[in-house]
Design a protein around this ligand. Structure first.
Ligand code: NAP
Length: 287
């Protein structure tokens, strides 16, 4: 039976250390979150972000806009936030309603305040191995891995998924840590065979319990990024599962993240980390 990585506890201690650093700053870092429309899941995420931002001693600026907001009005808000000295981080909650051009909105965010790490400038800095702002969920995965494994040099890492939000940035971060990285995707051949070579297996696919026990090298570290809602045994109810068949995988892996309670809680903690980093860089003040 593998050791379970407690992302909830790690995220709580990370938030605590961020709050201590924030308290030592001579000003309050500010995070602006923009929510367009009333997608119920996005509303919950935004409320959690705002609560944890305030708990860390930072200022939270919430901008809730109607679903029919025009592109030029959203762009004008992003530009106003870029120019606002009280705002050090800007996050536009995705997905945006279909009539809006998400790429153009993200491109309008100042890279120095892009705490989601989604601008082309920050993606380029990451690919070049230069300091920028790194997407929150990938950063959370790296921190969990470093906490449990220490130096990752020379380890074989397989990342399933190549999205700009998760798969690609995780692969870049692992490469920076001197892992030998394979990125797998929907067209990869012999995915189980590829995965069995991994000392570190990261699943970021969005397919419930796709990774089975016999895909995992005995003793490997398994990081499950997937969040999938599936029907529960009880009629009419749902439950969350990852991309890894946890119960059987836990018999083979050395270390494994559960869903929920693994990578998920790290995302907001890393958003706060990025807001603090952005505030320190913009102000030139560090703790
Ligand atoms: P995405 O944009 O849909 O990307 C999914 C990736 O998985 C794609 O690269 C796709 O390959 C690949 N894929 C799909 N089916 C596959 C298959 N059968 N075999 C191999 N690869 C396959 O999703 P995402 O935004 O990266 O998110 C991935 C998962 O992470 C989702 O469950 C999402 O909810 C979760 N997530 C969690 C957090 C968190 O805080 N824990 C944050 C963000 C996302 P192609 O490129 O070839 O299509």
């Amino acid at each position: 039976m593998s050791d379970i990585i407690d992302g909830k506890a790690f995220a709580a201690s990370l938030r605590e250390s961020i709050a201590q650093e924030v308290a030592r700053l001579p000003f309050k870092p500010g995070l602006a979150v923009v929510l367009v429309g009333d997608d119920p899941a996005s509303k919950v995420y935004v409320a959690n972000k705002a609560r944890q931002t305030v708990e860390a001693g930072m200022a939270s600026f919430e901008h809730r806009l109607p679903a029919d907001t025009r592109q030029e009005d959203l762009l004008a808000l992003v530009q106003a936030l870029n120019a606002d000295d009280a705002v050090h981080g800007i996050l536009v909650q995705l997905p945006l309603p279909k009539h809006l051009d998400s790429d153009a909105i993200i491109a309008a965010i100042s890279p120095a305040k892009d705490v989601d790490g989604l601008t082309i400038a920050n993606a380029g800095l990451l690919a070049s191995g230069l300091p920028g702002l790194v997407p929150c969920t990938p950063l959370g995965c790296l921190l969990l891995l470093q906490d449990r494994l220490g130096d990752l040099t020379g380890l074989n890492a397989v990342v399933i998924g190549r999205s700009n939000l998760v798969g690609k940035p995780i692969a870049q971060l692992l490469l920076q840590q001197n892992c030998t990285v394979t990125i797998a995707h929907s067209r990869s051949r012999d995915l189980p065979g590829l995965c069995r070579q991994a000392d570190i297996l990261v699943a970021a696919v969005g397919r419930p319990e796709m990774v089975k026990a016999d895909w995992i090298k005995p003793g490997a570290t398994v990081i499950d990024v997937g969040i999938n809602r599936v029907p529960a045994h009880e009629a009419g109810k749902t439950r969350l599962v990852g991309d890894v068949a946890f119960a059987e995988a836990a018999d083979i892996a050395g270390l494994i993240t559960p869903v929920p309670g693994g990578v998920g809680p790290m995302t907001i903690a890393c958003l706060l980390r990025n807001t603090l980093t952005a505030a320190q860089r913009i102000s030139g003040v560090s703790t």
